[in-house]
Design a protein around this ligand. Structure first.
Ligand code: GAR
Length: 214
């Protein structure tokens, strides 16, 4: 069983999707063993407590810069013997001391189809504001490995979602969460834990064949 550590900062609906998938037996080969929050007031912490999952708070505000903060996160990941780190609405960019220590073992969910509307400054509702400002007709979500550059690691899964003429950033965010993020994040986590993701020439290839139908 792989130890899955989930990093959060806010509401934690993606964490909830992971918890629900785990309770349905859909995360094969892994178990969420700890939730770490950068924000002491994150509702995600209540979701973890309700599910009986241990949590830790490492407040971003208590560290002067990204490097010292990342060192604290790294120490906790090592202490927790993390096999997989999942960034589920984690709003801090991690320094390379973490990404280098866990190559192809950190997964992030981003609320757009990378390489659109991603990189530094594109997080949370801002992503959807930019997509609407541009006028795209399709957006979606991406689950990818995390490397030294923001939102630039190998893509594992993507899912498109239509943009409607009357969308607001909030309605678009909600549709992308419901129809894409909450489905592909647990799926990618399970694929990782089942060793069904292969890396070749810096790209990720997930074996998405349904084993039950073979
Ligand atoms: C989600 O839409 C997630 O994709 C996004 O923030 C939201 C967090 O919601 N993450 C980023 O923008 C990271 N670049 P949640 O706390 O309810 O899961």
């Amino acid at each position: 069983m792989k130890n899955i550590i989930v990093l959060v900062s806010g509401g934690g609906t993606n964490l909830q999707a992971l918890i629900d998938a785990q309770e349905r037996g859909e995360i094969k080969g892994g178990k969420i063993t700890c939730v770490i929050s950068s924000n002491p007031g994150a509702f995600a912490l209540e979701r973890a407590a309700k599910a009986g999952i241990p949590s830790a708070v490492i407040p971003r505000k208590e560290y002067p810069d990204s490097k010292t903060y990342s060192e604290a996160i790294l120490a906790e990941l090592n202490r927790q013997k993390a096999d997989l780190v999942v960034l589920a609405g984690f709003m801090t960019i991690l320094d390379e001391c973490v990404t280098k220590a866990y190559p192809y073992r950190i997964i992030n969910v981003h609320p757009a189809l990378i390489p659109s509307f991603c990189g530094e400054g594109f997080y949370g509702l801002k992503v959807h504001e930019k997509a609407l400002e541009y006028g795209v007709k399709v957006s979606g979500a991406t689950v990818h490995f995390v490397n030294e550059k923001a939102d630039a690691g190998a893509i594992i899964l993507q899912s498109p979602v239509e943009v409607r003429n009357d969308d607001t950033p909030e309605t678009l965010q909600r549709r992308i969460m419901e129809n894409a993020e909450w489905k592909i994040l647990p799926r990618a986590v399970s694929l990782f834990c089942e060793d069904r993701i292969t890396i070749k020439d810096g790209k990720a290839y997930a074996d998405t064949t349904d084993k039950c139908q073979q």
